[in-house]
Design a protein around this ligand. Sequence first.
Ligand SMILES: [Fe+2]
Ligand SMILES: [Fe+2]
Length: 257
Amino acid sequence: MNLLFIGDVVGKSGCDFLGSQIYSIKKEYGIDFTVVNGENSAQGNGITFKSFDSLIRMGADVVTTGNHCFKRKESVGLYDRYRDVLLRPANFPAGVEGSGFTVIDKCPVKIAVVNLMGTLYMESLDNPFEKMDEILSGLDTPNIFVDFHAEATSEKKAMGFYLQGKVTAVMGTHTHVQTSDEVILPKSTAYITDVGMTGPELSVLGVESEIIVRKLKYHTPVRFEESKNPPFINGVVVSFDEKSGKATNITRIIRHK
Ligand SMILES: [Fe+2]
Ligand SMILES: [Fe+2]
């Protein structure tokens, strides 16, 4: 089987461009299952029902998020209501709405998706390694895909090695910059440090570059605005044996407008 994972979709331009291309990408790679990171899919960051709904309608089976999951007031209640298909990082404390993992029954194959957040240079959530152990002990499928939303390459690499042989793929998100270190680790787990971003290519993480330069140069408040430059799509396709959960190939995708 082939799973398509799309890196952080940014705003309307990212959603619209992905919507226009996803059918042909799925056809080209023979995609059976699609996961999209939607933590920046709403106009102005975060996720809203509107942006979540647009990702599901265009063909996402599961939408993952990250540190921006609760950025928007409009998202309150969404994670409980759509807990089977909309995830927030699993290592938030107990009591936070929603779920950090889901198992989708694509009869006869079950596919688990787990969303975790790193803790190096990010909020101090629960330990993602321990949380992953806890989740793994309760899963009844070998087909397990992890979106590890983290800043530090070291933490992401370590998670890849920690989970090799235990999951099908560990795919990093959050930096919005695609890395070229995709690999099948020795115990048949696909790994990439960061899948990248689906949004305006000539930008700083999707935001108008002049705004970020001003913020970093003068340290005065600015209002983030999505760049108007043309979007591109960043993703990966992971091929796997659905009986064993072992990954056989990982291919990076970059598609320009
Ligand atoms: Fe992001
Ligand atoms: Fe993020």
